[in-house]
Design a protein around this ligand. Structure first.
Ligand code: SF4
Length: 265
């Protein structure tokens, strides 16, 4: 799977899919480690999936992305959608999402959840690293069928260059391009840039030059994307600090769990 230049996230996806998203007959299940209501997006209900195709060295969910891939119950899409919808109604929030790992692993499961949740008038936020979408345009075409049905795809781009991506994730540098390709494909297939699809970029490990670089690249994909960036910074939860120490990655800017900025830890 890995070479001196890093592992291949596509190969890693293929390897873990049978563990985190096995099929039972016609139904694709997915492993979850919890469901919760969150403050992000002005209030959102969340299903946290197990498993990811990256190994980010700052991952707040690494206990269920780097390891424990066979832990957590398997759920079918109907029961997940039912749970998210009932939680959203109970808490009076308009949005639901899958998070915690990479939701596009087990794509049939994901699409069915989106279909059922948006059918009930709940906006579905897909938080993804975009790798699988960028590698297979059929996924982008299928997601774009939810145009104007209440989908928001947030592609979390890891770093501002292939080299930075490799430093942050340990994956082969060229896979970074797949994240940008995902944005391009989703827009080409009809999702509204800046509204239905937009980039988040991990900026804790870059400098002003990196920010200028990524804005220029995003502008070339679509003029609105550079101003639609949702900046991501590392939050120094104790388990994240432990991982950063283990991986030797040092953020230039990070935040305490109370939201206070801290520089050069
Ligand atoms: S892509 Fe997200 S969930 Fe996956 S390892 Fe990176 S930070 Fe964690």
């Amino acid at each position: 799977m890995s070479s001196s230049n890093g592992y291949d996230p596509l190969e890693l996806s293929r390897r873990i899919e049978p563990i985190v998203a096995p099929r039972r007959g016609n139904v694709q299940l997915r492993r979850y480690h919890r469901f919760r209501k969150d403050r992000w997006y002005g209030g959102i209900v969340t299903g946290d999936v197990v498993g990811c195709n990256l190994r980010c060295k700052f991952c707040w969910a690494y206990r269920f992305t780097w390891k424990n891939l066979d832990k957590g119950p398997l759920h079918d899409p109907e029961s997940v959608a039912r749970r998210l919808v009932s939680m959203a109604f109970k808490h009076g929030v308009p949005r639901a999402r899958l998070s915690g790992g990479e939701p596009t692993i087990g794509f049939d499961h994901l699409v069915e959840v989106i279909d059922l949740v948006t059918d009930k008038g709940i906006i579905f936020v897909l938080e993804t690293n975009g790798i699988l979408i960028g590698a297979d345009e059929r996924l982008a075409r299928r997601l774009a069928e939810f145009h104007r049905r209440g989908i928001e795809v947030r592609i979390s781009v890891k770093g501002t260059s292939p080299e930075e991506f490799h430093m942050l994730t340990g994956a082969k540098p060229s896979s970074w391009e797949l994240q940008l390709k995902a944005l391009e494909l989703l827009i080409d297939y009809g999702l509204e840039p800046g509204e239905e699809v937009y980039p988040a970029v991990m900026l804790s490990f870059t400098d002003d030059e990196g920010i200028r670089r990524i804005k220029g690249i995003l502008r070339k994909i679509h003029p609105t994307l550079a101003s639609a960036i949702d900046p991501e910074y590392v939050i120094l939860y104790p388990h994240v600090v432990k991982l950063l120490k283990m991986t030797g990655l040092k953020p230039k800017i990070a935040y305490t769990p109370d939201g206070l900025p801290t520089e050069l830890i």
